[in-house]
Write a protein that binds this ligand. Structure first.
Ligand code: BEZ
Length: 254
């Protein structure tokens, strides 16, 4: 994962409690990767390494990279070869048969730099298989947070840390970076939140909450929760986030 302020707040134990669904729901993109024994695979934005471990179980030789020191340390504890690196500037050269990424690319705000680094990291014919937040992802949550910030004279749009592209936009970027796109699709995926909206905001929305006065943060979060309750919470207090995924598989020429 990338993105400045958020990087310093990733804590593996809190992430595990509030956001384990991120790796749990990674099976479809993992299935698309089809790793083979002996292949060298880079997991870009490996987080705490739960999915990296699953790739390694196929017999592939896996390297994980993440921009969060705490997440790299957690992945290493699982025995993963995890390295601290930023997706925009990682310096691998023609080393990997495949690059895999789940739920990380939307934190990287300069997609063309990331695609150049991925293309550089792959051997000729190498594949890039990934899933990220797609256009419209968490739109209701963003609108509510922007409204709460606007009440305080803060321009929330300036603090959004995510890049949620359309399929057409990302396809064009992949092609410009030298990839042939075999599959790309936006997939609505309403996502149950195990610790409710507050747990999600605490884990993922630091960049948007940071501009608030610390003494006002609790009240502002409570306002966002009440704005969103009619659309994201059911009568049994179960919260579901309005996730939309962009899933794709692409490859370089041999
Ligand atoms: C995710 O991990 O998939 C995610 C994080 C922040 C916003 C939207 C999605």
């Amino acid at each position: 994962m990338d993105s400045e302020q958020q990087l310093n707040t990733w804590q593996p134990d809190i992430y595990d409690r509030n956001a384990r669904f991120v790796s749990d729901l990674g099976s479809p993109v993992l299935a698309m990767l089809q790793p083979s024994p002996g292949e060298r695979i880079l997991d870009l934005g490996c987080g705490d390494g739960v999915l990296t471990e699953k790739i390694a179980a196929s017999g592939a030789i896996v390297v994980g990279v993440d921009a969060s020191e705490a997440m790299v340390a957690a992945a290493r504890q699982r025995g993963i070869d995890a390295r601290l690196a930023n997706g925009h500037s990682m310096r691998f050269e023609r080393e990997f048969d495949a690059v895999f990424s789940n739920a990380a690319l939307h934190w990287m705000r300069e997609p063309d730099a990331v695609l150049a680094a991925v293309s550089r990291a792959l051997k000729p014919g190498g594949r890039f298989v990934a899933e990220l937040g797609g256009h419209g992802c968490v739109a209701a949550i963003i609108v509510a947070l922007e409204a709460v910030l606007a009440r305080r004279g803060i321009n929330g749009a300036a603090h959004i840390p995510w890049y949620f592209p359309t399929a057409a936009d990302y396809r064009a970027r992949l092609e410009r970076a030298g990839f042939t796109v075999d599959y790309i699709e936006l997939i609505p995926r309403p996502t149950p939140l195990p610790t409710g909206l507050e747990g999600w905001l605490d884990t993922f929305a630091e960049n948007l909450l940071k501009p608030l006065q610390p003494a006002d943060r609790k009240r502002a979060v409570a306002e966002a929760v009440e704005l969103l309750r009619p659309v994201l919470c059911d009568e049994r207090e179960r919260w579901t986030a309005d996730y939309i995924r962009l899933r794709f598989s692409a490859r370089l020429a041999s």
